[in-house]
Design a protein around this ligand. Structure first.
Ligand SMILES: C[S@@+](CC[C@H](N)C(=O)[O-])C[C@H]1O[C@@H](n2cnc3c(N)ncnc32)[C@H](O)[C@@H]1O
Ligand code: SF4
Ligand code: SF4
Length: 372
């Protein structure tokens, strides 16, 4: 591992460890002493795909108002000034805005910030893989929701499969170990049978995978309907009929995770929630979400929003600093409400590993290494 990568991991680990103390203090006292662990930047809502399940592309922005490369690099420097060491870049399809993301990635690399880029992989070729690795991207999160036929059908694009296969090969052959790839899988009623084949595919390609349950973005469905009723209206919601098979497969994932923690990146506790997510949605609603103390989200126009569901702007990085926005009274007021959030989402907050998750996974990794 080179020194730069070591510094990035160190910076992130220190901030993460600090957050384990600062977030509970902030939550209990309602006085924000926390620093975000990660900033997520949605570069653009535009995309070259029209995936069946995607909500982002249904709310287009005025692209002329999107952040410029200079504005993006500026907020990244402000992240470093605040001690934030992780940047997640997503979209829409971020590679449609290559100049913009490269400016942000270079600034992040210069300041020791770990950078992940989420992509459908269709626009990656040899030149861009090398360019991204040179700029300092640390990991690519590539979307894969099934084997070839299912992936192309769900993602409604013939390049959805070949792009992923090609990108995995290019990262292996051309990035010189500077950048690694992982897969993102959206669990839904149309790809249950593909879960285990894709886990195998990931293994064959030497990459990890993370599972996220399909979000309907329809809280009304979730609050008022049963699993069978939702599935009748939404063909991506896991049906009551398929639930036993789905639950069995998630149990297999949990067993795999325990045996080889690096293969599946979800925590075991998240996988347990994932298993019952579609059954009785209301029962999954918890009353605590610390997301607003841990993560910051920046939309394509530069608005800082507390999470992708609470989209009320807390300020804009075009005219304000991240620090000023993060510690504003307005943000603090909203944080208190978010702590009592009772929306059902399986996003950032529930996937966040606790110290116990990290310790258990660490112990499992050591055990797997020692005992095979
Ligand atoms: C919005 S996409 C943007 C990045 C890139 N275009 C891609 O597809 O990877 C970010 C991630 O959200 C996932 N996603 C999209 N719609 C979703 C939904 N309804 N529920 C859960 N995840 C979803 C995608 O599969 C992808 O992994
Ligand atoms: S590729 Fe990503 S952003 Fe584009 S439609 Fe699919 S999920 Fe949405
Ligand atoms: S539970 Fe989800 S929707 Fe609610 S505040 Fe947390 S991240 Fe946002």
């Amino acid at each position: 591992m080179n020194l730069k990568k070591f510094r990035k991991i160190g910076g992130f680990a220190i901030n993460y460890a600090g957050s384990q103390v600062r977030v509970p203090i902030s939550e209990r006292t309602k006085w924000n002493v926390s620093v975000p662990v990660q900033v997520y930047w949605m570069v653009t809502r535009r995309c070259n795909f029209e995936c069946q399940f995607c909500d982002v592309i249904r709310h287009p922005d005025d692209v002329r108002q999107e952040l410029t490369p200079e504005e993006a690099a500026r907020f990244v420097h402000q992240m470093a000034d605040m001690g934030i060491y992780k940047l997640g870049i997503s979209g829409g399809e971020p590679l449609l805005r290559k100049k913009h993301i490269l400016a942000a990635i270079r600034a992040a690399n210069e300041r020791g910030i770990w950078t992940g880029l989420g992509t459908n992989a269709s626009l990656l070729d040899e030149g861009s893989v090398i360019e991204l690795a040179d700029a300092g991207v640390n990991h690519l999160s590539i979307s894969l929701d099934g084997m070839e036929e299912t992936q192309v059908r769900l993602r409604r694009n013939p390049k959805a499969w070949s792009g992923v296969v090609n990108a995995l090969r290019l990262v292996k052959e051309k990035a010189d170990g500077r950048m690694f790839a992982k897969l993102n899988y959206v669990l839904n009623n149309q790809n249950i049978d593909e879960i285990l084949p894709v886990v195998n595919f990931a293994k064959e390609n030497g990459v990890s995978i993370v599972f996220v349950p399909y979000n309907t973005y329809n809280q009304n469905f979730i609050r008022t309907m049963t699993q069978a009723e939702i599935a009748e209206k939404d063909n991506l919601w896991i049906s009551a009929e398929n639930q036993p098979k789905y639950a069995g497969i998630v149990d297999t994932l949990i067993a795999m995770k325990k045996k080889n923690p690096a293969a599946i990146l979800n925590t075991v506790s998240h996988l347990r929630q994932v298993k019952t997510f579609f059954t009785n949605p209301k029962s999954n609603i918890t009353n605590r979400c610390g997301s607003a103390y841990r993560n910051m989200h920046i939309d394509p126009l530069g608005n800082v929003i507390p999470c992708w569901t609470f989209t009320q702007s807390m300020g804009n990085v075009k005219t304000q600093s991240l620090k000023e926005i993060w510690y504003s009274d307005q943000y603090n007021q909203l944080r208190k409400k978010m702590l009592r959030c009772n929306l059902l989402c399986m996003g950032g907050c529930r996937m966040f590993p606790t110290v116990m998750d990290i310790l258990f996974d660490g112990a499992r990794m050591v055990r797997a290494k020692v005992f095979g």
